[in-house]
Design a protein around this ligand. Structure first.
Ligand SMILES: Cc1cc2nc3c(=O)[nH]c(=O)nc-3n(C[C@H](O)[C@H](O)[C@H](O)COP(=O)(O)O)c2cc1C
Length: 256
């Protein structure tokens, strides 16, 4: 029997949620590997042919987060399923980038999907996802994976997914959360930061390291971390104006 592993980078939880729902539907006990934690991105993680690894990560400006994500994994012929989650705008080249990384790392990519989650910067964009249609897509993907596992093979040609081979440029978004007067210095933001951008003593964010993922904003129970600049307010307004009343559909890609 194959070993199922749910491997994710998920600063605010959408990518973790989707990959966990999928893994649960496959109905075989599964392991999790949380690459949001810096320490899990440090040493090599080596898989074997017996594994099927479900990779999941968010879309940042049409790409994967710019942190050499999944650089420390080795596939050795293991199967992979690639998932990106995005905030109801577009996923552009991120899914293709994830698939290419997995193939370069020695995985055989047998399926992929792009799912919609609440946008990091607005609770009104991509709200209430996963919805019923998303559940059906997760179900369909899980059935396909289960049948591959039971036959011990996935039949078909090389997987094709949407995206341009010449990826769009990484775009750094200068939204750097800093502590406000409500901060009680508990330090949970610094512990939660996936890239070690928050100084453990001052709790100030280092703008050269911060990836604007908002893990620190969302984990703070005192609402003591914020971005207080016009660019942020304009971005939120623009997202809500253009995308609040739109519902993008999840997409899945299987071997044909
Ligand atoms: C820096 C940054 C850039 C983003 N860029 C996009 C984008 O290009 N398209 C989109 O639809 N959503 C975008 N989003 C929203 C996230 O992709 C979405 O909320 C994702 O599901 C978050 O995943 P997580 O909860 O696993 O961290 C962006 C979010 C952040 C923080």
């Amino acid at each position: 029997m194959k070993k199922v592993v749910a491997a994710y980078f998920s600063p605010t939880g959408n990518s973790k949620k989707y990959v966990t729902l999928l893994a649960e539907k496959i109905d075989i006990p599964f392991d999790t590997l949380d690459f949001t934690k810096k320490e899990n991105r440090r040493n090599d993680v080596v898989f074997s042919k017996e594994s099927i690894v479900l990779f999941s990560a968010p879309v940042y400006a049409g790409r994967l987060p710019n942190i050499n994500l999944f650089d420390n994994v080795k596939g050795n012929g293991a199967y992979a399923v690639c998932i990106v989650t995005y905030g109801n705008r577009e996923y552009d080249d991120a899914l293709l980038e994830l698939k290419n990384i997995c193939e370069q790392k020695g995985f055989q990519v047998v399926a992929a999907a792009a799912f919609i989650g609440e946008h990091t910067y607005s609770e009104y964009v991509g709200a209430n996802r996963p919805n019923e249609q998303d559940d059906l897509k997760i179900e369909e993907l899980a059935e396909y994976i289960k049948s591959g596992i039971s036959k011990n093979c996935f039949e078909g040609n090389k997987l094709q997914v949407k995206g341009n081979e010449k990826y769009c440029e990484h775009k750094a978004i200068p939204l750097i959360p800093q502590p406000n007067e409500k901060c009680s210095q508990c330090g949970s933001c610094a512990r939660k930061c996936p890239v070690g951008a928050i100084d453990e003593k001052t709790l100030l964010s280092d703008s050269t390291k911060c990836i604007s993922c908002f893990a620190c904003v969302k984990c703070c129970t005192k609402k003591a971390r914020e971005v207080n600049n016009n660019m942020y307010f304009q971005l939120v307004n623009m997202l809500e104006k253009n995308l609040k009343d739109v519902e993008k559909e999840a997409e899945i890609f299987l071997l044909k």
